[in-house]
Write a protein of this length. Structure first.
Ligand code: WT7
Length: 656
């Protein structure tokens, strides 16, 4: 980390927006002035200008009971109506909403009129299954149009979706279904990944079967199944329904009813510092306002002419805000791609950009770095001249990757917006405005208009330009999380207790302000790792490891990795009986696979080190900092607080 910081401090390159870009940009410098003059009034204007309100709100922000915020609380709207019907009513029904590309080459172009009709049918089906306002529906689908239609149909009827990433295991799915008490699960037989069909329905069957006898109340009445992979699936009569049997048969008349602005819209689980994922809860009016606003001004959406492509899966917040809600609320045309970037060939993404004329491209640094490794020859085989804006999200982007992105993908002209935000913040918080800001490779730069951030020390005192500290949000914002599902105490503890005197939101990230006051993100300051832009908790992986019968103890750290940003490195103590009977390599292999099955392939450790002891303080706390030194091949740091100071030399010797 320290070498990375040194590197960032010497970064002096600057890139002003091309004048033609600036002249046509949606986001202007005037937005900063308006927001600075009256922050709450600014959001009130945005909400009114951007959204259709069935009942206009009279109060913008209620912050009388922090940290529980209410935005636009007496207003009523329908989120799906704002993403669909109103565009059709305004005459844009023939505009393409989704340019879908299956991994196997299947294609579908879906207009706003068609998507609206489909969402109405799905809404009718769900209501027919007894789903209503406030009920939870889990979605476990590949990146197919039905995923977006499902999210919007659930929103349309005032219910709450919980999208579970298709790469998560049956176990992870089960805990999310149980925690939310989902009534219906929407899934597919399978989807295409890496050239073959990867099944999904069996994980749903297993998740639901496992619940029998577990003491957890079975809340799931129905499973709605999209046929996508064509793979054989088991069938539970009475519970399971084929999408193609029920959706096309449903009526496409469905009037969008108004719901309060604070009606919950979705729950999305994310890893924290404990073993149990947190169900981050977002509501309707504030979330949609900021998702739409940021997509418009940061991604510079011109709905009539742009083709937008955000490569995130809908199982992550980026997919919620910048695949489903932001672009559709803006009436944009976007690409939706089912598969992996390198299937069937390593130029697949660039081929898609060429084919659909993508003009705005939003992806993660980890993807950029892996393409960088493969060489510029691959993207250079394709015509990428349609690109006029690039975005980055999910982790710090190193200046080298930033420069490569600019030169090779952006043709040395397209501005790059490095956007910092989180599942909890719901929408972009720190980013350049591409027509205004002079960009710096590696810096997320400034808070967007209407958002107030600071970098502070442990006491909440602003560190000032030229210094590092902790990133906080100092004022409530419209798309802020409203809580953790079923656990208000954890919400307060995790984000608000640290700076309760000031009522600052603690983001969990370290950051530095340069001499201009621009923000440089430095990574997490807690036991949360960031692997390929996905958040993983050390505690969650440790608890999966000790759940294996061979493991006595485990400690997990995030070790820096050239491609994935961080990688999972696990140090495990194996029970004597297993050590005798198995080879260390065999044990390491099977533990990697075990974690993949327990949580999902993204959590699979890059390294499993089998050790005899773990470094602990006298009070028994594992010193992960020292393990990180070992995993990153560095000289081991200060060991004086260890109960047994010799233990690190033993571990280092074992690992080498
Ligand atoms: C964490 C949030 C935001 C959607 C994707 C991840 C890191 C995110 C950046 C960025 C540096 C970033 C932070 C943050 N992060 N964007 N542009 N520069 N770091 O959402 O899973 O909720 O993770 O991702 O550490 O806290 P998430």
């Amino acid at each position: 980390m320290s070498s990375q910081i040194d590197h960032l401090l010497t970064e002096t390159r600057r890139f002003a927006p091309p004048s033609s870009f600036a002249a046509a940009a949606v986001g202007t410098a005037e937005l900063y002035e308006r927001a600075a003059a009256d922050r709450v009034g600014f959001w009130s204007d945005q909400a009114r200008e951007l959204l259709h309100w069935h009942t206009p709100f009279t109060e913008t922000l209620d912050w009388s009971n922090p940290p529980f915020a209410k935005w636009f609380a007496d207003g009523e709207l329908n989120v799906a109506y704002n993403c669909l019907d109103r565009h059709v009513e305004a005459g844009a029904g023939d505009r393409v909403a989704l340019l879908w590309e299956g991994e196997n080459g299947d294609e579908r172009r879906i207009t706003y009129a068609e998507l609206t009709a489909e969402v109405k049918r799905v809404a009718n089906v769900l209501e027919g299954l007894g789903v209503g306002q406030g009920d939870r529906v889990a979605i476990y689908l590949p990146m197919i149009p039905e995923a977006i239609a499902s999210m919007l149909a659930i929103a349309r009827i005032g219910a709450i979706h919980s999208v579970v990433f298709g790469g998560f295991s049956a176990d992870s799915l089960r805990s999310r279904i149980d925690d939310a008490g989902a009534k219906v699960v929407i899934t597919a037989d399978g989807g295409y990944r890496k050239g073959k069909v990867s099944s999904l329905k069996p994980a749903v069957d297993q998740a639901l079967a496992d619940r029998n006898g577990s003491g957890v109340q079975d809340t799931v009445d129905h499973v709605l199944v999209v046929r996508r992979g064509g793979n054989d699936v088991a069938w539970t009569e009475g519970r399971d329904l084929w999408w193609h049997d029920v959706v096309p048969a449903a009526s496409d008349h469905h009037e969008a009813q108004a719901f309060p602005a604070e009606n919950p819209l979705f729950i999305l689980y994310t890893s924290g510092t404990t073993g149990k994922p947190k169900g981050i809860m977002h509501t309707s009016g504030g979330y949609l306002t900021q998702a739409m606003f940021t997509n418009k001004v940061v991604h510079d959406i011109h709905p009539e002419t742009d083709v937008f492509w955000c490569t995130a899966d809908i199982g992550w917040i980026t997919g919620h805000s910048y695949v489903t809600y932001g672009p559709l609320a803006n009436g944009a045309t976007q690409v939706l791609y089912e598969g992996t970037p390198d299937t069937p060939h390593p130029g697949r993404w660039w081929e898609i950009i060429q084919k659909y004329g993508v003009s705005i491209f939003y992806t993660a640094p980890t993807a950029i770095r892996s393409f960088m490794k493969l060489g510029r020859e691959i993207p250079q085989k394709f015509d990428l001249s349609s690109i006029r804006l690039l975005g980055s999200v999910g982790e710090p982007i190193n200046p080298e990757a930033w420069m490569w992105y600019r030169k090779v993908i952006g043709g040395k002209a397209a501005p790059i917006v490095d956007t910092w935000w989180q599942t909890e913040t719901g929408a972009i918080m720190i980013s350049a405005l591409p027509g205004v800001t002079e960009t710096k490779p590696g810096s997320a730069q400034v808070a967007i208009p209407g958002v107030s951030i600071e970098v502070v020390d442990d006491d909440g005192v602003h560190v000032g330009n030229g210094n590092g500290g902790l990133l906080v949000v100092t004022e409530p914002w419209p798309s802020m999380l409203r809580g953790i599902w079923g656990d208000p105490d954890r919400f307060v503890e995790t984000y608000w207790e640290k700076f309760s005197a000031q009522n600052y939101y603690f983001a969990g990230d370290g950051a530095r302000l340069d001499d201009d006051g621009d923000v440089w993100l430095l990574g997490r300051v807690d036991d949360v790792m960031n692997v390929s832009g996905h958040r993983l908790s050390t505690a969650e992986i440790e608890s999966a490891l000790v759940g294996n019968e061979a493991v006595a103890e485990a400690a997990v750290v995030g070790a820096s990795d050239e491609t994935t940003g961080q990688a999972v490195a696990a140090f495990v103590i194996i029970k004597q009986s297993y050590l005798a009977a198995h080879s260390p390599d065999g044990l390491a292999q099977s533990l990697r696979a075990w974690v993949g099955e327990q949580i999902g392939p993204i959590a699979r450790p890059r390294d499993v080190y089998i050790v005899e002891e773990l470094p602990k303080t006298r009070s028994g706390k594992i010193m992960r900092r020292l393990l990180r030194d070992v995993a990153e091949g560095r000289e081991v740091g200060d060991t004086t607080t260890l109960a047994d100071t010799a233990v690190m030399s033993v571990i280092s010797a074992q690992v080498r």
